[in-house]
Design a protein around this ligand. Structure first.
Ligand code: CIR
Length: 256
């Protein structure tokens, strides 16, 4: 179960955030703020305490707070983003993490290693780490040895197309895994009960399990039904403005 969640308000500069889909247009900032409010309310419905950090105009992608740290039950690992315009964002989370973890429980990934939290999927005490354009082999190695110091394990998953590992996967606990695209037939995830995302709804693989409920992006009916059929209560949140920046529900928070 999660007790806490950290989010960061989107900055006005988000309109200049990184995107692989410029054809979707620039985000509407006012609508993004409203969607962020809805997201916070959905999290509260799941019974967590939400810490809301102020917008940071220096970093257009800083609302995607998941990428700058990985938080476990007993330790925090501050990442080292691979994207040039996100370098330095990770420093801005440290003070907040110190409110939840003592200094000896906070680890730091250092150059030339890079890793972003979107590439890390927690399954109990094991962490899958995607090797992507943002997370290099050295980053995965340093990250896994930091985890091992605190009694966890990790393994790497090479990515082919997606931005981050969790762009195409979401672990819903109880061995249930949402899978899309390149992960559908991957032998790495064979042991899970796979809930396969329809090709036309691949964006909606980025859902989050929070204390028994699943927050799902609005507008993806097949995904919603598949998750409900698996026995979960679904809470819908519209993330259209974050999708324009390749971001989604998991990227917008740190849950621990
Ligand atoms: C980026 O490219 O870094 C942002 N525009 C989107 C980050 C999405 N984060 C995530 O999947 N964890």
């Amino acid at each position: 179960m999660f007790k806490n969640v950290i989010v960061r308000r989107p900055s006005r500069s988000m309109v200049n955030g990184i995107t692989s889909a410029p054809e979707l247009g620039k985000p509407d900032y006012e609508l993004a703020l409203k969607q962020h409010d809805d997201y916070i309310n959905a999290l509260k419905l799941c019974g967590v305490e939400v810490t809301v950090l102020e917008a940071d105009e220096r970093y257009p992608d800083s609302c995607f707070v998941e990428d700058v740290a990985v938080l476990t039950k007993t330790c925090a690992i501050v990442t080292n983003p691979g994207a040039q315009t996100r370098k330095g964002e990770e420093k801005e989370i440290i003070e907040t993490l110190k409110k939840f973890y003592s200094e000896d429980k906070i680890e730091y990934i250092k150059d030339p290693s890079t890793i972003e939290g979107g590439d890390v999927m927690m399954v109990g005490d094991h962490f899958y780490v995607g090797l992507s354009a943002r997370t290099n082999e050295e980053g995965a190695r340093q990250f896994i040895s930091a985890l091992e110091k605190h009694g966890y394990t990790g393994s790497v998953v090479p990515l082919e197309k997606v931005l981050h590992l969790k762009t195409g996967l979401a672990y819903l606990e109880n061995n249930n895994l949402l899978v899309a695209g390149e992960f559908v037939h991957s032998p790495v995830f064979e042991k899970f009960n796979k809930i396969i995302i329809d090709e036309n709804e691949s964006y909606s693989a980025n859902c989050i399990w929070v204390n028994g409920k699943v927050i799902v992006p609005e507008g993806y009916e097949k995904t919603k039904k598949a998750i409900e059929d698996a026995g979960y209560e679904v809470i819908l949140v519209d993330t259209s403005e974050y999708r324009k920046l390749d971001g989604g529900l998991s990227c917008l928070s740190l849950r621990f």
